[in-house]
Design a protein. Structure first.
Length: 132
């Protein structure tokens, strides 16, 4: 188990953001295929159109899971792809906490206790040596 300092997390953040964006793109592809399939089922189309689209959906789902796994191999934990929330495991005074990142942020600026979540975010102090 690796614990991140805010500095460590910020160093890998550009790579994490790229990997997150790939996972988000794959999630959006799934939604696109699901919508097409629903529209197709509501019309009088044949299986000739349905089956290839269903196979494309299956491929998109597989690619999403691969992208999610690749993202979490960096050491982060996906809290919500839809909300764009990732957490980096850290410690504060020997207590497990999360360094928190939300899509659109350019650096890790917040942390929260492991049981409070996004709404309990607190700012990381510039000189905060209590985080790992």
């Amino acid at each position: 188990m690796f614990y991140f300092t805010a500095k460590d997390a910020n160093l890998i953040l550009p790579d994490v953001i790229k990997k997150f964006e790939i996972a988000l793109e794959k999630k959006n592809e799934i939604l696109k295929f699901e919508k097409k399939l629903q529209m197709l089922l509501s019309t009088a189309n044949t299986f000739a159109e349905y089956i290839p689209l269903k196979q494309q959906l299956n491929t998109a789902i597989t690619q999403f899971y691969i992208a999610s796994e690749d993202l979490e191999k960096t050491g982060v934990v996906i809290k919500s792809i839809d909300q764009g929330l990732l957490d980096f495991p850290s410690k504060r005074f020997e207590e497990d906490v999360w360094l928190c990142w939300k899509y659109g942020e350019t650096e890790i600026k917040f942390w929260h206790e492991k049981d409070t979540g996004f709404t309990g975010r607190k700012p990381v102090e510039v000189s905060d040596e209590t985080l790992v």
